[in-house]
Design a protein around this ligand. Structure first.
Ligand SMILES: Nc1ncnc2c1ncn2[C@@H]1O[C@H](COP(=O)(O)OP(=O)(O)OP(=O)(O)O)[C@@H](O)[C@H]1O
Ligand SMILES: [Mg+2]
Length: 494
């Protein structure tokens, strides 16, 4: 039995063909993972399956219904979690759950959900005040309410920490019944082995469909095979780094956190955070959702006022002279924070002028960035219409446009495909070699290995600080993922 049957499905948006005569069956009662490059067509496929988009050509049956003409019959059977899930930011966690339960006519039984998502202690917090990963978990909990027959999850694990990602998968498995079908799109290829079936799409076509194990027995092998299927990764000289000129230099710490602290009421989001980063260092801030990473970033950029302590960027105190301190850094926020209604080019032009790039150099700088970031095809598209990974690429491009000596990257690769991630890191490591100081967060443990030093952050405090190898030794672990889990669990026991 198939939940979805698709034959020769085609869907184009202007010049871009999102789905190219795609055929696919999705088996009932199974968890199917949907993987592929940014812009490969994952979201378009999910939206077409439930009738939110009308295909140009081809046939599609979802739970036996035509999703376009029989939408009313189909919709009540479906649970759909879009990339940008509609949480009510001015309602609390528990109010959001209650509201979705009422909409779906199900009882107010949330204990298990709250436990799985680790949101129980925060049930009375406004959804708008949750960390990125906590919001993601709440969105998933709301989608799971009412036991839908068919769950479609569009990148539910974006920005979710490695421990919670395991919990999410387990949560879905435990909360659904054996007949429920799940279609789960993801950029985390290490999730592949928890799916019953893996589907890899590229340029609107299925390039692999089968058991994850048949493609590669281990996560690494699987990732390598997918990269091969997608045409392979060729490391090239980073043009961004090549063209970078560091205008400023200092001897001491380029970035310094000095007893940073942030309190919301009685709650410490960040408690006493201190570190000193040297020129050209890649410093990773790692930790579970809600640990206080983004709050630290925001304080260090002068976007949030610290309750105590301060930060210095290139020696300039952020609380005393925020403007001057900020002119030395490029900041890429965790949440897409560009102008959605502006095109890719317009966003870059805006940042170029905001960062004081001279008018005569602006057009050529923008064109250069468009080319090195592979945004040429999308230059005149509105940025809100871009797939997630491309939005991230654009955000990073905007943060870099004025050649700052310091870069703050808050989850630059969340939701970004595997090839683009490698490309991002090629730029990051090349920029560091040029002397750019980089502070970065990530939930991809393979990326943690690229950092020179890591601060493992939990409940607003540093619980370990050192090189990746030092942390591994401390945890007596082989991989970073193991290290992360061990050190967090050990700190919980204390
Ligand atoms: N305005 C606010 N009011 C109350 N609590 C807040 C507010 N802003 C943030 N918090 C809380 O501070 C804590 C730290 O959040 P932060 O966004 O820094 O986490 P994070 O480490 O970046 O997590 P993630 O990995 O999910 O992005 C969370 O518990 C969050 O709910
Ligand atoms: Mg964050």
């Amino acid at each position: 039995m198939n939940t979805v049957e698709i034959k020769n499905l085609t869907k184009a948006f202007g010049k871009i063909t999102a789905l190219d005569s795609l055929s696919l069956n999705i088996e009932k009662g199974k968890i199917t993972g949907l993987m592929g490059a940014d812009g490969a067509g994952k979201t378009t496929l999910l939206r077409t399956i439930i009738g939110l988009l009308v295909p140009d050509k081809g046939e599609i049956l979802t739970l036996g219904f035509n999703p376009v003409t029989q939408k009313d019959e189909l919709t009540p059977l479906i649970g759909y979690m879009p990339q940008k899930f509609g949480l009510y930011e001015d309602l609390t966690v528990i109010e959001n759950l209650t509201l979705y339960a009422d909409l779906k006519n199900v009882p107010h039984e949330f204990e298990k959900m709250l436990e799985f998502t680790k949101l129980a202690p925060f049930q009375d917090r406004l959804a708008g005040a949750l960390s990125g990963g906590m919001k993601q978990k709440l969105g998933l909990a709301c989608t799971l309410l009412g036991n839908p027959e068919f769950l479609l999850l569009d990148e539910p694990s974006v920005g979710v920490d490695p421990i919670s990602r395991r919990d999410l998968m387990q949560m879905v498995r435990e909360m659904i019944n054996p007949e429920t079908t799940v279609l789960w799109s993801t950029a985390y290829l290490d999730e592949a082995h928890s799916f019953d079936t893996a589907v890899v799409i590229d340029k609107g076509r299925v390039i692999y469909e089968g058991k994850p194990h048949d493609l590669g027995a281990t996560a690494q092998e699987f990732e390598d095979k997918v990269i091969d299927l997608m045409g392979g990764y060729k490391q090239e000289v980073s043009q961004i780094a090549e063209n970078y000129t560091l205008l400023k230099d200092i001897k001491d710490c380029t970035v310094e956190a000095d007893n940073l602290e942030k309190k919301y009421g009685n709650f410490y989001a960040v408690k006493n955070n201190s570190f000193c980063i040297q020129k050209g260092e890649i410093f990773g801030l790692l930790g579970p959702n809600g640990a206080g990473k983004s709050t630290s970033f925001k304080m260090m950029c002068g976007l949030t006022k610290p309750t105590n302590g301060t930060a210095r960027i290139m020696g300039i105190d952020i609380t005393k002279d925020p403007e001057k301190a900020r002119s030395n850094l490029g900041y890429m926020a965790q949440k897409f924070s560009l102008y959605g209604s502006l095109t890719v080019r317009e966003n870059l032009e805006f940042f170029a002028s905001a960062y004081g790039i001279k008018f005569k150099n602006r057009a050529s700088k923008v064109q250069e960035i468009i080319e090195v970031f592979g945004l040429k095809e999308y230059a005149d598209q509105k940025s809100e219409e871009l797939p997630l990974g491309l939005k991230q690429r654009l955000s990073m491009a905007c943060a870099l446009i004025h050649n700052p000596p310091v870069l703050f990257l808050d989850e630059p690769t969340s939701g970004v495909d595997v090839l683009t991630r490698r490309d991002f890191w090629n730029h990051i490591t090349s920029l560091a070699k040029k002397g750019v100081t980089i502070l970065v967060t990530t939930h991809f443990m393979d990326e943690a290995e690229y950092c020179d030093r890591i601060s493992l952050f939990y409940h607003g405090e540093t619980i370990a600080l050192g090189t990746p190898q030092e942390l591994k030794n401390k945890a007596r672990a082989k991989t970073m993922e193991e290290t992360f889990i061990t050190l967090i669990k050990e700190s919980e026991k204390e």
